[in-house]
Design a protein around this ligand. Structure first.
Ligand SMILES: C[S@@+](CC[C@H](N)C(=O)[O-])C[C@H]1O[C@@H](n2cnc3c(N)ncnc32)[C@H](O)[C@@H]1O
Length: 320
């Protein structure tokens, strides 16, 4: 049993060891430049030796006009776990910008300090650092995503983090989206993304490749940015062209709403409640639609048409 538990923990940890590519960080961050001026940024799941989040903010520090960059590195407590976090001690570092004028973060300008504990984002010392931050930006462990978001909300932090689209189906996360307290980021709305993985990652795993320098990568589906930082594109209306007909848009058995299979097929002339796939959120403009409910009908069972349930639906209604 204990062996099984260790294996489960190791499997969980393996799934958490995905390293975000610099190009994905740059593509997203360029939508939010104005939010960062004079701000303290925290990357709290980031080994600065391998984290492109640390790299991005250290090298863009002056351009973004940051006040401070704090990065904490998690030290894995179980040596048999699959991780690059093999430093002897959990550490954190503070960077306050270039001092010698060469526009590069030199080692002597980066203050590395030891942490007392293992660098868990939930530990009191990491929470103290969280309190000092204005914006948290990272790719947190997916196995702890719910708890991670819960902590950001509890401490009322601005954030821009990577997760999986499935997180939308978590009750707490959906509530934040419904209440317009969290939304999807600007740059990833389809396809998959490549992440670095540790050297001992099984090469036969689906989507795994190795580059000419021997670095390993894996392609991951359903990746999205989650944020509460505003950006221009999320206020653009979806352009709708289809007209409502009862034949094309059947109603659910257990809710007075029509079913739509693609966001672009939402009829432009229907004012009642509409069930749309969760990918609608990739195009969601909170001024155009409001979110009514997730997945369940009046009987609190999954939305059904003639007894069959289409994949999860979000119930929305046109505003105005
Ligand atoms: C998905 S990886 C992303 C790493 C890095 N942020 C990046 O994007 O390249 C999540 C990281 O969180 C670390 N981690 C796992 N549990 C943690 C915890 N409780 N507190 C802080 N970091 C943790 C993992 O070791 C892993 O390196």
């Amino acid at each position: 049993m204990a062996g099984n538990k260790n294996l489960q923990a190791a499997n969980k940890a393996k799934k958490d060891e995905f390293y975000t590519q610099l190009c994905d960080i740059e593509n997203e961050l360029r939508h939010y430049r104005e939010h960062f001026r004079g701000k303290t940024v925290l990357c709290n799941c980031d080994d600065p030796r391998v984290s492109n989040f640390f790299h991005y903010f250290a090298y863009s520090f002056e351009q973004l006009g940051l006040k401070r960059l704090i990065t904490t590195c998690y030290k894995n407590q179980s040596p048999d776990l699959f991780s690059r976090n093999d430093c002897e001690q959990a550490i954190y570092l503070i960077y306050e910008g270039d001092r010698n004028g060469n526009r590069v973060p030199d080692p002597e300008e980066i203050g590395i300090r030891p942490l007392r504990g293992d660098g868990d984002f939930r530990s009191p010392e990491c929470i103290e650092l969280l309190k000092q931050a204005d914006i948290v930006v990272t790719n947190p462990p997916f196995s702890l995503f719910r708890e991670y978001v819960g902590q950001l909300v509890k401490y009322e932090k601005k954030f821009l983090i990577i997760g999986n689209m499935n997180a939308i189906t978590y009750k707490d996360c959906f509530k934040l989206i419904k209440e317009n307290k969290m939304w999807l980021g600007a740059s990833i709305h389809s396809g998959d993304r490549e992440f670095g993985v540790p050297q001992d990652y099984p090469l036969h795993a689906a989507g795994c490749r190795i580059d000419e320098k021997g670095n390993k990568f894996i392609r991951v589906k359903g990746v999205r940015w989650f944020t509460n930082l505003d950006y221009k594109e999320r206020h653009e209306d979806i352009v709708l062209y289809k007209k409502y007909t009862p034949e094309e848009y059947p109603k659910y058995d257990n809710y007075d709403a029509i079913n739509v299979n693609k966001a672009l097929e939402i009829p432009c002339d229907y004012d009642g409640v509409i069930g749309v796939p969760i990918t609608f959120l990739d195009k969601y403009n909170p001024e155009q639609f409001e979110i009514v409910k997730f997945r369940k009908g009046n009987d609190e069972k999954d939305l059904a048409i003639n007894g069959k349930c289409p994949y999860f639906r979000i119930l929305i209604r046109r505003k105005q």
